[in-house]
Design a binder for this molecule. Structure first.
Ligand SMILES: Cc1cc2nc3c(=O)[nH]c(=O)nc-3n(C[C@H](O)[C@H](O)[C@H](O)COP(=O)(O)OP(=O)(O)OC[C@H]3O[C@@H](n4cnc5c(N)ncnc54)[C@H](O)[C@@H]3O)c2cc1C
Length: 394
């Protein structure tokens, strides 16, 4: 439905562009650019065409964002002879907030005076918390039922999105200071991870495309709550987006903005985190807990609970709501270095594959269904192919 709407709107945009002043400069369709490998230019930056076709999809992945209306649970709990430091419920922001959230959790763990820490979970949150603890001189053992690449974190899009589905609007004021602390700590850490072999973290440019002036659409999803928005608190961290004048870019849409953001090449990044953890003597035990009481059997007296959505069952936390998300991965194209954001698609040019994600669709909130809907992803890739076919030479 929304996809059809988008195509209608995109069609209308093309009609406007071909009849109105937007078509002032004569441009050639891009089909020949795809065939010859030419680059298109946007505001001076060269853009390689994306080879979007459904036969280049290498996988369709589904995961659930672990959302809590009041924000992530980062707090201590005494349970029998153990101190549990909870660190879960990061919604659509787990990678982005991981270092800041881990720092807060570690401070709590250290307040017990422990030198040995057990971390339950080996996703974005568990791994970063474990690394921070090692760097603080603690001896760490991770317990997890699954490791990367078989954890939900590996199915994320890979963008700096620190306030994506992180709390609802009603809880935003009470959570804002903590959010800003976590965001600034994480951001600083990511700067130290730039320029490394395999580019685990890099800055990219991307283009938001719209057929109506920006500001009239905020990305709300009809059946999801209003979420807390905090971007204004950290405006100083990332460059401002820049509106591109019609004719200065190859896109058919009349409104185009260039944004600049951090991207996580998740395969390479998770590999780096795992390698660092193991190189520093970190231990891993594959183990699934079916009840929180089983944690009493572990030797460590202080434990960090970084089980993500798994915490809902393990700690009976019904405030943890699954928000389903699906991405498709296309064969990597190292020459494609830009992201795209359309009304209902997001494209992330990761080194392990070009991620194409349907966004803005309904039916995902409180939906734990992990069954891939390939037809949805194929439709998104076809839309992307359509866009590529309608891009123009400058
Ligand atoms: C489609 C999509 C796109 C996203 N894109 C982004 C993005 O671009 N940027 C961003 O910052 N975030 C993004 N996110 C959010 C991010 O993926 C999550 O916030 C993050 O993965 C949560 O990490 P985690 O470590 O808490 O959970 P997980 O990755 O789920 O890790 C949980 C760990 O705990 C273990 N575990 C769970 N239960 C048990 C148990 N009972 N016993 C033993 N072990 C257990 C698991 O095996 C695993 O090791 C996205 C999410 C989705 C769904």
């Amino acid at each position: 439905m929304e996809r059809r709407q988008f195509l209608r709107q995109a069609g209308a945009t093309l009609a406007v562009a071909s009849t109105g002043g937007l078509a002032a400069c004569v441009r050639q369709p891009v089909k020949s650019a795809i065939a010859t490998g030419d680059r298109l230019s946007a505001g001076g930056a060269a853009l390689a065409p994306i080879r979007a076709s459904v036969d280049r999809i290498t996988g369709v992945y589904v995961c659930t964002r672990p959302f809590r209306a009041e924000g992530p649970r980062i707090e201590m709990q005494k349970l029998g002879g153990k101190t549990i430091v909870h660190n879960y419920g990061h919604g659509g922001s787990g990678w982005s907030l991981s270092w800041g959230s881990g720092t807060l959790a570690l401070q709590m763990a250290q307040s017990t005076g422990t030198h040995e820490l057990g971390v339950i979970g080996c996703g974005a949150i568990g791994l970063t918390t474990a690394l921070l603890a090692q760097q603080a001189g603690l001896s760490v053992r991770i317990y997890a039922k699954a490791l990367p690449p078989d954890v939900f974190s590996m199915r994320a899009s890979g963008l700096w999105t620190p306030d994506s589905r992180i709390c609802d609007a009603a809880h935003a004021a009470g959570f804002a200071d903590r959010w800003e602390t976590m965001t600034r700590i994480s951001y600083a850490r990511f700067q130290s991870l730039l320029g490394l072999p395999g580019k685990p973290i890099e800055w990219i440019d991307g283009y938001s495309l719209a057929d109506a002036p920006f500001g009239s659409f905020h990305g709300e999803v009809s059946d999801e709550p209003a979420y807390g928005e905090f971007a204004d608190r950290v405006r100083d961290l990332t460059p401002r987006s820049v509106e591109l004048a019609p004719g200065s870019h190859p896109f058919p849409e009349p409104y185009v903005r260039r944004y600049t953001t951090l991207m996580f090449n998740i395969s390479s990044y998770a590999n780096l985190l795992m390698s660092e953890y193991l190189a520093a003597g970190g231990k891993i035990e594959i183990r699934e807990f079916t009840h929180a009481d089983e944690l009493q059997q572990l030797p460590e007296r202080t434990l960090v609970n970084a089980t993500g959505y798994g915490a809902r069952a393990l700690f009976n936390d019904e405030s943890l709501i699954p928000v389903r998300g699906q991405t498709a991965r296309l064969i990597p194209q190292p020459e494609v270095t830009y992201g795209l954001r359309l009304k209902d698609i997001s494209v992330v040019p990761r080194s392990d594959g070009i991620m194409v994600q349907v966004i803005g669709d309904s039916g995902n909130f409180n939906n734990p269904d992990l069954t891939p809907r390939r037809a949805d992803s194929e439709a998104a890739v076809r839309e992307l192919a359509d866009l590529m076919a309608n891009m123009r030479h400058s």
